[in-house]
Design a protein around this ligand. Structure first.
Ligand code: ADP
Ligand code: ADP
Length: 233
């Protein structure tokens, strides 16, 4: 059974008398351990699909089964619970709390999970060591480089041991060298068995993924295995 089964989902936005079909009919299976790049021009529906995959939104029609659970029609509260358990998010703009240390930023998802403070700090420290930031735990985001901030965000995304990592343009604010470093980190995480879905505009970045899904006008235009994987390590 795939980790993700999406069957003929649609998502429409109604603005006044206008109806926008952001997703027309999208079907997609993703197995545990896949590393998928989602590509496509602006307006093709990538963000809409990522919001649904990340349980931030539900489809207008069709079915989304995540890890055996039908999440297509859940209430916001139920969806939030699934999200906290199943999804780790990495964003273009890092989305770190500016006044909290790297350690506190990484530990944050564990507060919602009800973990004790001692365990939170121990696990966050370990997670930061795993992304080579053991020496930056007490630094606040503005005391870290862009690449270091994104590594903090990756550690935070992994802290709950989620089923899926969703990375939305994770290298969009980074220079080429730092982008390659972050993609190397994602590859390392993938090699440990994690499932990663990445949105990117950049062909070079997409080449790190093992499968490429291209969208156009609310449909999947193309879905193929990447035989030209870049190996940076
Ligand atoms: P992409 O991420 O590929 O740029 P989006 O999923 O953001 O594409 O957008 C797909 C279509 O849905 C676009 O036509 C966009 O204008 C529209 N859209 C996206 N979000 C909303 C929204 N919240 N309200 C209305 N229309 C939206
Ligand atoms: P601390 O340095 O312990 O975070 P602050 O006075 O900076 O203390 O923050 C007070 C409260 O606001 C804390 O609960 C902190 O988690 C929260 N907080 C700090 N920065 C942000 C932010 N950018 N967005 C939301 N909450 C924040």
């Amino acid at each position: 059974q795939p980790l993700i089964t999406i069957k003929e989902i649609g998502r429409k936005y109604v603005i006044g008398s206008e109806v926008i079909h952001a997703l027309k009919s999208v079907s997609l299976d993703i197995n545990k351990g896949e590393f998928v790049a989602l590509m496509g021009p602006s307006g093709s529906g990538k963000s809409t699909l990522m919001n649904i995959l990340g349980c931030l939104d539900t489809p207008s029609s069709g079915t989304y089964i995540l890890n055996g659970t039908n999440v297509s029609h859940m209430t916001d509260d139920a969806l939030a619970e699934v999200r906290n358990q199943e999804i780790g998010f990495v964003f273009q703009t890092f989305n770190l709390l500016p006044r909290s240390t790297a350690l506190d930023n990484v530990a944050l998802p564990l507060i919602y999970a009800g973990t004790s403070k001692k365990d939170r700090q121990a696990r966050a420290a370990k997670a930061l060591e795993n992304v080579n930031l053991g020496n930056r735990m007490d630094h606040k985001p503005n005391e870290l480089s862009g690449g270091q901030r994104q590594r903090v965000a990756v550690a935070r995304a992994l802290i709950n041991d989620p089923s899926i990592i969703l990375a939305d343009e994770p290298t969009g604010n980074l220079d080429t060298k730092t982008s390659i470093e972050i993609m190397g980190l994602l590859e390392e995480i993938h090699s440990k068995g994690n499932t990663i879905i990445l949105v990117t505009h950049e062909e070079d970045i997409a080449q790190h993924a093992h499968r490429i899904v291209r969208m156009r006008d609310g449909l999947i235009e193309n879905d193929y295995l990447n035989t030209d994987i870049k190996n940076v390590s």
